[in-house]
Design a protein around this ligand. Sequence first.
Ligand SMILES: Nc1ncnc2c1ncn2[C@@H]1O[C@H](COP(=O)(O)OP(=O)(O)OP(=O)(O)O)[C@@H](O)[C@H]1O
Ligand SMILES: N[C@@H](CCO)C(=O)O
Length: 294
Amino acid sequence: MKIKIPATSANLGPGFDCLGLAIALYNEVCIKPSSYQSISVKGEGEENAKLKKNNIFVSIFYDIYQELAGKKDPFRFEFFNAIPFSRGLGSSSAVIVGAIASAYEMAGVKASRETILNKAILYETHPDNIAPAVFGGFTSSVVESGRVKTLKKVLGEKLKVVMVIPDRPMSTAHSRTLLPKSYPMKNVVYNLSRASLLTAAFFSENWEFLRVASKDCMHEHRRMKQMKELFEVREIALRSGALMSTLSGSGSSFFNLVKAEDAPKVAIALKNAFGMFRVEIFELDNNGFEIVKS
Ligand SMILES: Nc1ncnc2c1ncn2[C@@H]1O[C@H](COP(=O)(O)OP(=O)(O)OP(=O)(O)O)[C@@H](O)[C@H]1O
Ligand SMILES: N[C@@H](CCO)C(=O)O
């Protein structure tokens, strides 16, 4: 079988740990029955020997496969990774969702997308990346008694993403340690009101509200101080016509949502200013993970 899983951008400014969307940049994994277990890695991470020995995709796959099939059969895993690691593009969620969905497929057990999502939340405590990796589109999620509740909005072709991908990583685990354990009431109200407006703006396609609704005062500033160029990325993106410009997940990438016709202009302005960073235009993904060959 072959599965493809999209990259995702989480938080979208004020929606810390709850809002996200899927991007048409995919990891692909081929899994075949074999007489012994083996792994090959192409693309992102191919130079990392550890990924052949201690691979989280493979360990999550076998957790689930053994639970469903009651045995540990040997497989060959071929990874084609396009999602950069630790750049805020949901690489770990793509691994978790891909491993769970393919374990169900290889065990021959039908599972709904809700089932996959509720398994995935056991491996990543916040649903903002895993929900769009499962469903595609823009997603708003909560976790209630360990179960994820998600609403999805399909995003049309009028929008594109100009992603700025720095040359340096920011690990989510480290990036979360930079945040305080509690916030003053005025900061909570600031984010709550904007996350609500942002969600309403996405669902009602009122794109002109995104700029004000995507402001955050809980996490971005503290994280962006680790890579000060990111403040200028935002300034240039908004000045060139981006609808919103937010730290992607826990960083280090910057997510810029644009009207499709503005994408080249925004991308050129960012490329001119940040020659050392990758600047790429992506479509949005509305499907979530897909088993493309069974
Ligand atoms: N394709 C992959 N194969 C195996 N392990 C991976 C793969 N992609 C990511 N990982 C693991 O996930 C880690 C990155 O997770 P991390 O949460 O720091 O970043 P991210 O998911 O890319 O960013 P964010 O959660 O902010 O969007 C890597 O260090 C590696 O251990
Ligand atoms: N909501 C998460 C996204 C990264 O996985 C964070 O900002 O830490």
